[in-house]
Design a protein around this ligand. Structure first.
Ligand code: ADP
Ligand code: MG
Length: 566
């Protein structure tokens, strides 16, 4: 129990650091069990992994805050943040040198994601964190360790896990907000909308490196004719812009806030914390940002709807390259998004290949059709909607090529959105050059590729997957670069993708399932058994947060050893 642990730690004082490893095990404290799952081998190694396991009755969080999966995710997120805050408080208030106190828990950003940092089961609540076991040189600081684990830790737990000590209003607010957000996302589907942006939402962020709301920003307000009202489960009513299915073009001068709006929509696939400013910016959960990503690897993707007649007769029905161009990468990104079942594409001119997006009438006159390999997206966006029911929201500020096909044209003017559809349509109708240009385009089949297990057989030490920050996974010595996945928002999502790939290759791939089917099996397993179950062992699973299917598939597509059947 805790007393015994305390005396063991005191006895370890001054001994070789490696002696800490006998701590592995479970200890009964007053209000919880402490599981020490993994002990670091030296003071500089990643800190030791521990769990607090508390009865739900002890924690006392009302059952009505925990009676659905969405609520549990909201509460677990809240407790993770509370535990993190509590660490800070007790570290600063401690009598010992706070430099020696190293207690860490996953740090969520503005999104509320399903995580492994706090897991709430039917009877128990588990907190997963890390402790850097203190040392002087390579000798154990046993008294300090005892103070941290048996002194400070229980206080942190009491403050952040017992309902009586929690910010109860804050907790209820977060749960009710998540339910409201989930409800809006459902309403989108019922009303054939692809996105909703509430009046009053704050879209811009403080800076390129901070995801906090910009102070003094102009709040969002909907064009009058796009206003919708949604009644929320909390009893509130929210008013804002509903973007309908189809093709939505956002235009406007540079620096008027176009990209800021689109970025908010990209993030609207996730729920946000109270105070973020984007709480009521809600997008279809399968929306995919599409960008150019030259240099990426492409493995047998059928991009023929966009690109044909490449020099040297390279076939584009199963196009592969280790070094894609801007346009081929963007074409592949579209097709892969469709393969991962996205019903909404989000495209910004700032991160697009111009020759993929547009080709104006003059250039079409100069260069014969059969000499130009690219059919620009402007000619495919409508067939894509008509045939596949996939909508697009795109920003094109420098060309009117999309006026003909857009269902609505919205203009950003000094951070204020206006509907200019009628004016744009008039211009398009009076422009003789463009007529007939769109006539015969079709989108063509979306092929379902079958991934091969043999793409994932590295030997020995190279056979390990490990995330490095948000944008890289190391597969042995080989990096999988994920910077192109702009909707991957959290380091822990990347950690999770690494273990999901590991699970996929060992337990799912069989050379017959399509990519989408294989990935669905991984999600089914996670849904049934939790994120923990991705790992072949029990105990502290590391910091994992659930990624979307789109990002998981996106990561597989960016792995340079990825092999496709055929
Ligand atoms: P665009 O894509 O139209 O060129 P951006 O979206 O990049 O414009 O925005 C330009 C700048 O304006 C950014 O620094 C952004 O933070 C700021 N901004 C965007 N929307 C608002 C707003 N509603 N209020 C205040 N500043 C904003
Ligand atoms: Mg922009």
């Amino acid at each position: 129990n805790a007393e015994q642990l305390k005396s063991i730690l005191n006895k370890l004082d001054g001994q070789k650091y490696g002696t800490y490893k006998q701590l592995k095990g479970t200890y009964q404290f007053d209000r919880f069990k402490l599981a020490i799952d993994h002990v670091q081998v030296d003071p500089y190694a990643p800190p030791s992994k521990m769990r607090i396991i508390m009865n739900r009755d002890t924690a006392g969080i009302p059952a009505e805050l925990l009676d659905s999966k969405d609520k549990i995710i909201a509460v677990a997120d809240f407790l993770t943040r509370a535990f993190g805050e509590s660490i800070k408080k007790h570290k600063n208030g401690a009598k010992m040198n706070s430099k020696n106190i190293k207690i860490l828990i996953d740090r969520p950003g503005e999104e509320i994601l399903e995580r492994t940092s706090v897991v709430i089961g039917e009877h128990e609540l588990e907190v997963r964190f890390e402790v850097g076991l203190p040392a002087a040189g390579r000798r154990i600081l046993g008294k300090a360790a005892a103070d941290i684990i048996t002194g400070i830790l229980p206080k942190i737990a009491d403050d952040s896990l017992l309902y009586q000590n929690l910010d109860q209003k804050g907790l209820e607010k977060q749960v009710s907000l998540v339910l409201d957000q989930m409800h809006i996302r459902q309403v989108l589907n019922q009303k054939n909308l692809v996105a909703f942006v509430a009046n009053g939402a704050i879209l811009p962020r403080t800076s390129g490196v901070s995801d906090k709301p910009l102070q003094g920003a102009v709040p969002f307000s909907s064009p009058e004719n796009l206003k919708v009202q949604i009644d929320l489960p909390s009893g509130k009513t929210v008013t804002g812009m509903g973007i309908a299915e189809g093709i939505t073009l956002i235009v406007g001068g540079g620096y008027h806030g176009k990209s800021t709006l689109l970025q908010a929509l990209e993030r609207g696939v996730y729920n946000h914390v109270p105070g973020d400013g984007r709480e009521m910016v809600i997008t279809r959960s399968d929306a995919a940002k599409i960008r150019a990503e030259d240099g990426r690897n492409i493995e047998k993707v059928n991009i023929s709807t966009f690109i044909n007649n490449l020099p040297a007769k390279k076939d584009t029905h199963a196009f592969s390259t280790e070094n894609a161009s801007g346009s081929t990468s963007q074409a592949a990104n579209v097709i892969e998004a469709l393969e991962s079942d996205s019903s909404l594409l989000l495209i910004d001119e700032d991160t697009s290949a111009t020759n993929f997006m547009i080709r104006d009438a003059r250039m079409q006159k100069l260069i014969a059709r059969d000499k130009e390999p690219i059919t620009p997206f402007s000619q495919k966006v409508k067939p894509l909607y008509d045939e596949e029911n996939v909508s697009t929201i795109l920003i094109v500020g420098g060309s009117g090529d999309y006026f003909d096909v857009a269902d609505q044209v919205l203009m950003m003017d000094e951070y204020r959105l206006k509907d200019v559809t009628d004016a744009a349509k008039e211009i398009a109708a009076s422009d003789a050059d463009k007529k007939g240009n769109m006539s015969d385009e079709k989108f063509s089949e979306i092929s379902q590729r079958i991934p091969l297990k043999s793409g994932f057989s590295k030997s020995g030490k190279d056979d390990r997957l490990k995330a490095k920050g948000r944008t890289t996974i190391m597969y042995g010595k080989e990096p999988i670069e994920l910077a192109g996945l702009e909707q991957l928002v959290d380091d822990s999502q990347t950690n999770c993708i690494a273990v999901m790939i590991d699970y996929l290759r060992h337990n799912v791939l069989d050379d017959t399932l399509t990519l989408s089917e294989a990935v669905d099996q991984v999600y089914k397993h996670m849904e049934r058994n939790g994120l923990d179950a991705l790992l072949p062992y029990s105990g502290h699973p590391g910091n994992l947060a659930r990624p979307r299917k789109q990002e998981f598939i996106g990561a597989l597509n960016r792995y340079r050893g990825f092999k496709i059947k055929g």
